[in-house]
Design a protein around this ligand. Sequence first.
Ligand code: G
Ligand code: G
Ligand code: MN
Ligand code: NA
Length: 250
Amino acid sequence: RRLVDDMRQAIARNELELHYQVQIRLPAEEAVSYEALVRWRHPERGLVPPNDFIPLAEQSGLIVKLGEWVLRTACAEAAAWPSQLPVSVNLSPLQLVAPNFVAKLKSILEITGMDPKRLELEVTESCFIADGAKAGAVLHAVKQLGVSISMDDFGAGYSSLAMLNSFPFDKIKLDRSLIEDLNSSEKSKGIVRAILSLGTALDVPVIAEGVETIEQLNYLCAEGCVLIQGYYYGRPERHLATRGLLTDDE
Ligand code: G
Ligand code: G
Ligand code: MN
Ligand code: NA
């Protein structure tokens, strides 16, 4: 596959870049954090979205190197932000079980001068499927460094209550498919409400992802959800520090 060969060189050629999507706290609507999302500025294909290359990177094992680049770059860039807000980074299951992951993370934090308290790692249920005990052990070691862990895409796939019980997540991210269905489905409203009250019961903050409309926002707000991420407030884009030097997603 040509794309896989290209991808191998993309890191060395400096073709990857991170865009950041704001996370908002209600009611003041202040920015509280940013999620890093990788893009590939391909010389011929233009800006390639992660869905077009992350799965390939996972299949080929390249995700370990790519994920390391993402972590190092997100830490280096966020360390220089004037706001000093937290940054969250998505982790692939393979990264988590790769040898020396924790040691590498520790060294990235040291080299970039990033405050571990400002770093959040997002994991999905798939991280726990192959070897749940191993994933849990690694994540506990990560938390020891002061880094926090979010449960991403909750409410999609097989994300289960058992998982929430087995690991002390610092944040739950409501999957955007649930938010999308809020408009059309009473069932989704019930599920969202239930997950929000689960968050309250466990004392874990819940953030809604993929919020695009005022109707969705008002429903979430009425149900006590104060953390919001989605196009309603902002798309992933280069951060303030570099804005103007690069073109945005659209
Ligand atoms: O940015 P976008 O919505 O197109 O991202 C699509 C998918 O790619 C999402 O599931 C997101 O979690 C994933 N993704 C984006 N950036 C990264 C990254 O740096 N590492 C990993 N593992 N996944 C990412
Ligand atoms: O799987 P993960 O939650 O990491 O995926 C986040 C992805 O969702 C980002 O790549 C981002 O581009 C996308 N996203 C963020 N907000 C919205 C939104 O409001 N609507 C849609 N359709 N996608 C969104
Ligand atoms: Mn995410
Ligand atoms: Na998600």
